[in-house]
Design a protein around this ligand. Structure first.
Ligand SMILES: Nc1ncnc2c1ncn2[C@@H]1O[C@H](COP(=O)(O)OP(=O)(O)O)[C@@H](O)[C@H]1O
Ligand SMILES: [Mg+2]
Length: 240
């Protein structure tokens, strides 16, 4: 039987953050991602969903509170560096993710960084590109792709690294229904791994998520997904 870790894979503890000293974007945020959690993170435009992901990854540092990744408190770059390699992060803007001359090189980049040989990385990259239905884009430069194609190529760059957790910022933006369904199926197959999806879609497919988190400036409300009516269980209540 699988043994579950007692600590969250990702823990935000009383996090406050603002881009300018006098400004507050997030205040007193507690948010945990446990093994097996598959969370749809919702909230209005500009509430701080992307900022929350950047804080988890250590790309931004909180004004107060702290981040724990895989049971370790992370404060300095060296603390985040190792943990980051275990987390697959899809940027909201795929142009932030694609920087090589071709899509294939971009998808090989992570696996080779993790120690795969070039041949192993190409094999892995081709499998992932094939599963996403974009093998035909392998030799294309990223700037020649459409928005939806870029989104899939960016997703391929993180899936090729077989991360333990996926943090996906608007993964379905710009995808046509067929590409969207394909992506959903691939993410559903990403079994036994934790997943946080930021998406403006009101509902996610049933097989994809098991919790819904609502982000507000001063708290996150996490509920079981698909529970009905007034019996909806509040797993983590709003602070205060
Ligand atoms: N680099 C930045 N500098 C200043 N303000 C920013 C920056 N990035 C985002 N913001 C502001 O921070 C708030 C949260 O942004 P963001 O995390 O992108 O929201 P969401 O992803 O929920 O739409 C917004 O008001 C946004 O305008
Ligand atoms: Mg955003």
């Amino acid at each position: 039987m699988a043994t579950f870790k007692t600590y969250p894979l990702i823990g935000l503890k009383d996090i406050s953050f603002g881009y300018a000293p006098e400004e507050t974007v997030l205040e007193g945020i507690d948010f945990n991602v446990f093994e097996g959690d598959r969370i749809h993170l919702k909230g209005p435009n500009g509430v701080g969903k992307t900022t929350l992901f950047y804080l988890i990854l250590g790309l931004l540092r909180p004004k107060s509170g702290h981040v724990e990744l895989f049971g370790q408190i992370c404060q300095e770059e060296k603390d985040f560096f190792h943990a980051r390699s275990r987390i697959g992060f899809l940027f909201q803007d795929p142009d932030h993710q694609l920087f090589c001359p071709t899509v294939l090189e971009d998808v090989c980049f992570g696996p080779m960084n993790h120690g795969m040989t070039k041949e192993e990385a190409i094999k892995r990259a081709n499998e992932v590109l094939d599963s996403l239905g974009i093998s035909h884009l392998a030799q294309r430069p990223p700037y020649q792709l459409s928005g939806g194609e870029k989104k899939l190529a960016a997703l391929a760059t993180i899936l090729s690294m077989d991360p333990e957790i996926l943090l996906l910022d608007e993964p379905f933006n710009g995808l046509d229904p067929k590409a969207r369904q394909k992506t959903v199926r691939i993410l559903e197959d990403f079994k036994g791994k934790a997943l946080v999806i930021v998406s403006h879609y009101e509902r996610m497919p049933r097989g994809l998520i098991n919790k819904v988190a609502y982000l507000k400036r001063d708290g996150v409300l996490v509920q079981e997904a698909f529970s009905t009516g007034s019996s909806t269980k509040k797993v983590v209540p709003f602070p205060g």
